[in-house]
Design a protein around this ligand. Structure first.
Ligand SMILES: [Zn+2]
Length: 306
């Protein structure tokens, strides 16, 4: 039997999974990204965990099909090359795939984390009954992925799907990406939180609390979430008119607030998009708990088939 290692390397949390042939997770371990002082010690600890998992399950490296890693930044997925991570220092211009391969003796594949989560959702999650769709994740960053016929569309330089960097105004705040008035600059975690703390004049406020407040029908909290839904809906209206997807799947921390957000996204799109484009469109909350790990494993098997 062959196994696959799927790794979700996030800016906060690293999840390492051992998966079986049906992508079931046999073993999962977690590490905190900020516990490590630099790139090399971070890589070293992940490699140690991989070895420990294989040892504890008595699995030989030759029975591992490959290692897939989802990373939080733009990559050249053909070369396993990381351009940079906006939220983890030290990874600029790193041939990450090659490093893991050398240290573990196992063939390693790298892709952007949102692409891999979208891949997992399109195969096993909410997207499995649809031919085409858009996946987005609402967190510190606003990531996106485009899937068509069960495959991720990556674009010429593998950067397709950056929904968070669609500008929604002519003028507006500068964004980390070099653009301005990007969607992410309005609805990324930290901006929503900054706005909420200002409205409630409460520095200790968290997004979980803001979410709870909306569920308890707090009017000011509801207004903040509706504004997030409206801004996102405006950007998605453009996507719907341009790409005419069958479904839009929304995951990530902010999506947990649920209906107050989703109803506003739907309302905005329905009221603004071209009627034929929006007909039958489904806007759904993501389903898979370990989409990043499962998507990373899928990347390995897809790359092996090619
Ligand atoms: Zn941007």
């Amino acid at each position: 039997m062959k196994f696959i290692l799927g790794i979700d390397l996030g800016a906060t949390l690293i999840k390492i999974g051992l998966l079986g042939k049906d992508y079931e997770i046999i073993e999962k371990r977690r590490l905190y990204t900020q516990d490590f002082k630099d790139r090399d010690s971070l890589i070293e600890v992940i490699v140690e965990e991989i070895k420990a998992i294989l040892q504890s399950k008595k699995i030989d490296t030759k029975d591992v099909l490959g290692i897939g890693i989802g990373v939080p930044g733009p990559v050249d997925f053909k070369r396993g090359f990381v351009y940079y991570f906006p939220n983890i220092r030290g990874f600029k211009d790193t041939l990450l795939g090659e490093i893991f391969q050398r240290k573990t003796g196992i063939k390693t594949y790298i892709d952007n984390d949102t692409n891999l989560m979208g891949l997992a959702e399109s195969r096993f999650g909410r997207g499995k009954n649809f031919k085409s769709g858009v996946y987005l994740t609402l967190g510190t960053g606003v990531g996106g992925a485009v899937f068509v016929e069960g495959r991720i569309y990556r674009g010429k330089n593998f950067t397709a799907g950056e929904i968070g960097h669609i500008p929604i105004n002519e003028k507006g705040p500068l964004c980390n990406c070099g653009g301005k008035a990007c969607l992410e600059r309005y609805i990324g975690n930290r901006y929503v939180l900054a706005k909420a703390r200002k409205v409630f004049k409460e520095r200790g406020l968290t997004l979980e609390i803001l979410s709870e407040m909306a569920k308890r029908k707090d009017k000011r909290a509801i207004l903040i979430w509706k504004e997030v839904g409206r801004k996102l809906g405006i950007a998605l209206t453009g996507i719907v008119n341009f790409f005419n997807p069958e479904c839009i799947i929304v995951g990530g921390g902010l999506s947990e607030v649920g209906e107050v957000l989703f109803s506003e996204i739907r309302r905005t799109i329905r009221s603004r998009a071209m009627a034929p484009s929006v007909k039958g469109l489904k806007i759904l909350k993501a389903k898979l708990k370990d989409a990043g790990v499962i998507g990373a494993a899928l990347l390995v098997s897809i790359s092996k088939i090619k």
